[in-house]
Structures are given as C-alpha cells and as structure tokens.
Unconditional design. Structure first.
Length: 337
C-alpha cells in the first residue's frame, strides 16, 4: 500500500510517502526559531507547524511521484509530544482523510522511532531485524530498553527514572553555553577531545533502568568548582568536557544493554531515536558487535531524529493488519511504549 506519514510531535514538521516498507520521499522542515531560546517553545512550535504543514506534505507527495488519489492511508503521530504541535498534524491528517477518502492510522511516536529500521530505499538492501530483538531507544524525551517481539508488541524492560540521555546532552551543553540542541554539538566537540580527561558520576540503579540526573549534577559541580579557580575553564576544556560527558553517557547506556542481551540471550540489538545519531554510541555498538557477536542495527542518520518516514512505515504495518482509526481521536501528550 501507499501510505502518507505525518509527524508533528515536537519541533520538526515532516511528511513522507512509503510504498510498503520502501521509502518514496521524506521531507523535514526543522524550526530554527527555538535556538534563540535554548529549547523548544511550544507555542512557537505549533505556529511553525501551521506554516510548514501544507508545503511539506505537498512536497512529499510531489517527490514521491504520486498524486493524492494514490494514497491508501494516512499515518499520523497521535502522541506522545507537545499537544499544540500534535494538534496541527492530527488536524491536517483528519482534514486530508476526509477530502481524499483515505483512512487514518494513528501512530505512537516511540513505536515509530523503533520501527525506523524497517525502512529501505530504492537500490538499497533491506536489512530489517528479525524478531525478537532488543532496541535501545534514546531520544530527547526517552531512554528505554525494549524487547521488540513484533511491530505491535514491544515490551519496555527498562527506562530512565529521571532524565533522558538526549536531555542529559542538551542540559550539559546548555550550562557550557553551547546552544540548542546540544547533542550534536557535544558530539562534534567530543570527536576532538580526550574522553579520559574528566570523571563524572555513573549512577547505580537496579535492573535495566537508567538515571542521568546524577551525571548532570556531577557535571555541573565540576564546572562550578573549576570555574572558581579558573574563569576560562569551560572555554579551555570544552572538547575534553564533551568527550568525557559523551563517553560517560555511552558507558551508562551500554552497560544495561549488555546485561539485557546477556540475561535474555538476545544478540540482535538495535538503537533508535535522536541520540542514535551520536557517532560515539554508533562506534560502541560496532565494538559490541566485534566483542560479543552482536548483530547490530544502526539507523541511517536521516531516520534518527524526528521524521515522518518512520511514521509512514509504522502506519503501513498497522494498515496491513486492518488497524485504521476513527476521525475523532484526540492527540495524547504522554505515554511510554
Ligand atoms: P521523543 O522522541 O522522546 O519524544 P524527541 O522527539 O524530542 O523526543 P528526537 O528528535 O528523537 O527526540 O531526538 C532529539 C534528541 O537527540 C536531542 O536531545 C538531541 O540533542 C539528541 N541528539 C541528536 N543528535 C545527537 C548526537 N549526534 N549526539 C547526541 N545526541 C544527539
Ligand atoms: Fe522523537
């Protein structure tokens, strides 16, 4: 089937078209307006979605080489996310559904991040993981370990009890004055820094759960103490701070993932979500493949942060299973997988 996907959960307006699991187009309009505020401003986000949604959807349809009448179903992110942002995408999807007579398929944004691995492009090999597999979902709002048993059955066996990994990157970047979102900037600086220069707290939480607030505090205290001695401390140690922070986050993430893989005897291990764009984390996965014989699944950069391609491919699974939805569903702001 030909599915149009619409994503508007946070600050990226995106539309994509898939034919089955094959990607025909994926258009993303990111919102620059938030960087001046050091974080996403919800009201500005929904206004920007309103400006972007029509041109973004039109462009996705055009690039896919289809017309509206070819669309079999419309998949849209129902939640979780910012309500005002979700409302724009949900409202648009519903209007389009009525006007072209194509059914709606609601998509959970987190499921979509996880199922991004099932996309493939023209001329590209299909390397979708076999079920069951483990997925480390690391994004701006979530850090979870999931056992993915089918496209519809994901069991969350561990999650953060406070901040998400992406949030840890963003908040530490903010206190260093690096700009928003901080994750990619930290990554870039980490590439030229010494990861052993500083040691930060690695919290001990039971099971497969994560915690990043202690690391954040320990990072903050290091800055505070060193700045007292040297006002240029951050400026002079930026790369080393970033490299040490990044390697600490990665160590925390991989330790629990190793434990889950060992305990459950599952060696197919995927990573998904915005933080899976991190080159250090990707390298850690490759290292685990070599050392522990993991079969690893790392998404293309384009499918790591928010995008509609992952929404469309998720909707495709649901559509094939007959899971369309009525027009009157409200968006939801919060939920875990
Ligand atoms: P959620 O999916 O949980 O609702 P979200 O949609 O806001 O949250 P994503 O778009 O998946 O999150 O990811 C954004 C996060 O990814 C941000 O915290 C950002 O800093 C982080 N991120 C993006 N690229 C990198 C990178 N190269 N290294 C580290 N973090 C990164
Ligand atoms: Fe996301």
């Amino acid at each position: 089937p030909i599915i149009l996907g619409i994503e508007s959960s946070c600050d990226d307006t995106s539309a994509a078209v898939v034919c089955g699991r094959k990607l025909l187009s994926n258009v993303i309009a990111s919102q620059a307006v938030h960087s001046a505020y050091g974080g996403v401003v919800p009201e500005l986000a929904s206004r920007a979605h309103q400006q972007n949604i029509v041109p973004v959807v039109s462009e996705a349809i055009k690039r896919a080489g289809i017309t509206k009448s070819d669309i079999d179903a419309i998949g849209f992110t129902r939640g979780p996310g910012l309500l005002g942002s979700l409302l724009v995408g949900n409202g648009f999807a519903k209007g389009l559904s009525m006007s072209i007579g194509a059914p709606l398929v609601e998509v959970n944004h987190l499921h979509a991040h996880v199922l991004a691995h099932f996309l493939y492009e023209e001329g590209e090999e299909d390397h979708a993981p076999e079920f069951p597999y483990l997925c480390l979902l690391v994004s701006g709002g979530n850090s979870q370990i999931l056992v993915v048993k089918s496209p519809f059955d994901m069991e969350c066996i561990g999650q953060t009890i406070d901040d998400a990994a992406g949030e840890a990157f963003d908040k530490c970047a903010k206190v260093m004055g690096l700009g928003y979102p901080g994750g990619p900037i930290v990554n870039k600086l980490a590439n030229i820094g010494n990861a052993k220069a500083f040691t930060f707290a690695k919290p001990n939480v039971p099971g497969y759960d994560y915690s990043f607030s202690g690391l954040k505090t320990s990072f903050l205290y290091t800055l505070r103490d060193e700045l007292e001695k040297d006002a240029n401390f951050i400026e002079d140690n930026k790369a080393d701070l970033c490299a040490s922070l990044q390697s600490t986050v990665i160590d925390i993430l991989m330790k629990k993932l190793r434990k889950a893989s060992k305990d459950l005897g599952i060696k197919r291990v995927a990573v998904a979500g915005g933080v899976s764009a991190n080159t250090g984390l990707r390298a850690a996965f490759e290292d685990h493949r070599d050392r522990y014989g993991w079969n690893i699944f790392i998404p293309k950069f384009a499918y790591t942060t928010d995008n509609a391609a992952m929404v469309a491919v998720t909707a495709q699974f649901k559509y094939l299973a007959g899971e369309t939805c009525p027009l009157n569903l409200p968006p939801f702001a919060r939920v875990t997988v």
